[in-house]
Ligand binder design. Structure first.
Ligand SMILES: NC(=O)c1ccc[n+]([C@@H]2O[C@H](COP(=O)([O-])OP(=O)(O)OC[C@H]3O[C@@H](n4cnc5c(N)ncnc54)[C@H](OP(=O)(O)O)[C@@H]3O)[C@@H](O)[C@H]2O)c1
Length: 338
């Protein structure tokens, strides 16, 4: 790409069922100049996240839907190329919501400056960013995990799940999880400190697999997946257990709404508390986490994995890959040299 042109990914059509590459279109337009109060950012790393699938639908939610023909939005780490905004100077590194594109114009309102140093820039989209904060908020603010609790997390090797498990271990909990391949399960138990894990794709009986990895039941279920995994987790809960309902990725590409977990009377009998949450409702906990996580990373108490695709034209493929489980840790797209 010449530096006078900007390549962008726009929503071509709304998916019906599984999202495909045909739902996206690549466009190129002249690089804009920043106006008064604006800055031009060279985008370096871009995050693709499960919630984006929901924004592709024309439904009312906690974030507005993407519009057909518009450049999609994402968490971006970039560098300021030129600035007419007093809060940002040329060469500053920034993180915030920008476009699926090589360069973005911003008024700075959704950006904050980040330090460069020992921590890789892309970590601000993962373990030090929204996914890590989600893990902390769900585990502590929502589920109020206590030391020695038995914690279970689904999609455990992903951006959020891998942090949930490690935070729970730091807190003194017993941790189990499930993931979609034997390699991911080995990562959880051999490198990330999980006490037990299983590959749900190989499971002959989900209740049986839960009984194996959580023989004494679950106090805190950090739910990322929904569907049958959620149902089996509910039936493995101990009395007064707490469920942090974080995501239901197994349903995001469904054409029809699925019936809920069977046997919901278990919620009554075991006096369970189930609470959905959105991380952005908890800015104070997020800030608290950012400080703690930087320390834990520096001390080697938190491990982190990324799967990195290259180039803006590969962003739709990376997004779909992540929804299908092709990622280990945080799925990132690198758009330019750091
Ligand atoms: N509430 C909030 O504020 C908030 C914020 C961020 C994220 N979330 C939610 O947290 C969850 C994890 O997000 P993330 O960013 O960390 O993504 P991620 O876990 O890094 O990537 C998604 C993973 O989901 C798993 N998955 C996909 N389809 C599945 C299925 N049918 N059954 C079981 N597992 C499936 C895949 O791993 P496997 O190989 O293991 O299948 C895939 O790698 C998502 O549900 C997301 O929507 C919520």
């Amino acid at each position: 790409m010449s530096e006078t042109m900007n390549k962008q990914i726009r929503l071509a059509s709304r998916p019906s069922g599984w999202v495909t590459e045909e739902n996206f279109t690549v466009t190129e337009e002249a690089l804009p100049d920043p106006g008064d109060g604006q800055l031009l950012v060279r985008n370096i790393f871009m995050s693709v996240d499960p919630y984006m699938r929901g924004r592709m639908n024309d439904t009312k939610s906690y974030v507005p839907p993407f519009q057909i023909g518009e450049v999609l939005q994402a968490g971006i780490v970039g560098q300021v190329v030129s600035s007419n905004n007093a809060d940002f100077a040329e060469s500053d590194y920034v993180v915030g919501m920008l476009g699926w594109e090589n360069y973005s114009i911003s008024d700075g309102a959704q950006l904050r400056k980040i330090e460069t140093g020992a921590i890789p820039l892309s970590y601000h989209l993962g373990i030090l960013g929204m996914p890590g904060m989600t893990a902390y908020v769900g585990l502590h603010t929502i589920a109020q995990a206590q030391a020695e609790d038995s914690v279970f997390v689904s999609a455990a090797s992903g951006a959020v799940g891998s942090v949930v498990g490690q935070l729970a271990k730091i807190h003194g909990c017993r941790v189990a999880g499930c993931a979609g391949s034997d390699d991911k399960v080995a990562l959880l138990t051999d490198e990330l400190g999980f006490d037990a894990a299983f590959n749900y794709r190989n499971s002959k009986s989900l209740p049986g697999s839960f009984a194996e990895v959580c023989p004494d039941g679950i106090d805190v279920n950090f739910e990322n997946v929904g569907g049958e995994i959620f149902e089996a987790a509910l039936w493995s809960m101990r009395d007064f257990g707490r469920v942090a309902l974080c995501g239901m990725i197994s349903n995001y590409n469904d054409e029809q709404l699925q019936p809920g977990p069977r046997g919901m009377m278990v919620i009554i009998g075991r006096r369970l508390r189930i609470q959905g949450f959105i991380v952005t409702d908890h800015p104070e906990a997020c800030q608290e986490y950012a400080v703690k996580a930087a320390g834990w990373l520096a001390e080697g108490k938190l491990q982190y994995r990324e799967t990195i695709a290259e180039g803006i034209e590969n962003a739709p493929g990376a997004f779909i890959n992540m929804l299908k489980g092709g990622n280990t840790g945080k799925q990132i797209v690198q758009l330019a040299a750091a």
